[in-house]
Design a protein around this ligand. Sequence first.
Ligand code: CAO
Length: 220
Amino acid sequence: MVRTMTAALKIPHFGYCDEVDLSRLVALRSELRSTAEARGVKLSYMPFFIKAASLGLLHFPVLNASVDEGCQNITYKASHNIGLAMDTLQGLLVPNVKNVQLLSVFDIAQELNRLQALGVGGQLGTSELSGGTFTLSNIGSIGGTYAKPVILPPEVAIGALGKIQVLPRFDASGSVVPAHIMKVSWSADHRIIDGATMCRFSNLWREYLENPASMLLDLK
Ligand code: CAO
């Protein structure tokens, strides 16, 4: 933790926040939950957040890259090994789901279940904890709304997800409706990622989650 955070402190962090209307995703997950359960898998929101991030990274590969210490070379990573911050009895651990670009939402849920079971048992090993390329931190699962996430070197971006809250919002006809709103707070390495890139990626990620059926079009 000390080594990673000391290295992270050297990175000029750019912060960007937005909100996502998850009303359709909330309905979709409640539809799919029992099917997943019948196949022995607990389906939370994380697999959707992770898959949408991977679909977005295909368009913004610089966010799934690393940079050398002198900031002379950028290495683009083909695998989307998406890390998730996990609150465990041993403290914060960040295992990652490997090759998310090749996985379905169900596959990701299955792997997440496995990682959570290992986390609870204090059994996460080097293979689960190394090789991450991009990270999501669901602080909302313990009640947080906003965060200022710290990049995990050698990664270049991280997102913190707030709690899903039912809040009043306007629909297309101007009526006030209850909406399931989640805040997202991104941090990116401003040496190689500009605000416009982070914002465009976040917009794409948001669009996938606000219209989860659109993910089907881009799934391999
Ligand atoms: N808003 C509202 N509800 C949420 C939510 C959110 N953002 N995230 C999860 N939930 C719900 C889940 O849907 C689940 O509800 P159901 O039982 O109805 O399905 C419940 O909260 C518990 O979810 P979970 O925590 O078991 O599973 P998850 O996949 O959502 O999250 C994990 C997994 C590992 C991200 C989470 O357990 C965790 O450790 N979060 C803390 C991360 C953290 O510490 N970040 C800070 C890092 S910097 O120090």
